[in-house]
Ligand binder design. Sequence first.
Ligand SMILES: [Ca+2]
Ligand SMILES: [Ca+2]
Ligand SMILES: [Ca+2]
Length: 331
Amino acid sequence: MRLMKNIWLIAIILGFWACKKPKEVDGPLVTEFYGPFNLVEGFKASADTFSFNNTQANHFTAKFNRSADWKITIKGLQSGAVKEIVGSSKVIDFNNSVWNGSTTFIPVFKSENCEATFTVEDEGVLIKDTVFIKTVKPVDQGLVIADFETNNPGFFIDYSSDGDTIRVESAPLKAPYGKQYFLMQGYDKNGDTYLGQLGIEAKDVISSDTVFKTSTKAPSELYFNLLVYGFNKPSILKIQFGEDENNNKITDNKTEDVYAKSVTVDWVGWKVVSIKYSETTIDNASATGNKKQEPDKIGIVSFIHLTTAVKGKAAYAFDYMIFTTGKPFQP
Ligand SMILES: [Ca+2]
Ligand SMILES: [Ca+2]
Ligand SMILES: [Ca+2]
């Protein structure tokens, strides 16, 4: 009995001692984030030549003495295509800098020489390397709903009283796909921020279709993508998806769901915008729809042109609208 008591006493003392042991530091030390910045290993591409038609992990490498916010900008010297990769780390390797040949700012890359610029802005670091693209990335597949190469007579267009410019154009911008793109441009004269909208119905795309034949029923698997040109004039692009829940060839926003997502277009140039259907929110909450996102029941996609401020100006252009499954479209 006495022995048992002693064992318990020893166990309790050991327990206290274990609790009092100095705790090991969790995560990086403060000096990992502050203090002088040094390059331990310079920036370079993982190979002189990149091919994007295989599973080879084309990436970049560099090492620093501590964590920093960095950016790699790859520019096609012939096409003018630009890809940006950003990160925050002390090592750059295949874990955070793989490039699959996709483009951040259109046009897309060709088989060409590229200049890769590595910057750590806060530290005044700027290093360049070159890489040659031997084989370009294959084009992502999906359901294209508009490329504006015909004048799309079936599309629904609404102008506000302000008279937004809303039409297919072929100049002065260079379309990212084909020769034509769609322009929306205007001034909010009446102070409601609304300028106009374009609606594309499934039957405009394929006359026998009443809903877009997307290949999934899972809201987290469906992406709607389009290329958007920003003019350095902050503008809002609100994209609405109207569902035809009862399959009667009409998307009725009083009795069926409308989901939406707004994007502030605040960049310059052509850039891909991707919307995951599960990240849209209900836009007609007071209607009597079933409040369930149904990617296989989308009958209309609408593009609503809004200013960021009352009586403001807004402008953007778009092209190549495509539904993809499983992952966003990457030009
Ligand atoms: Ca086009
Ligand atoms: Ca309906
Ligand atoms: Ca629904």
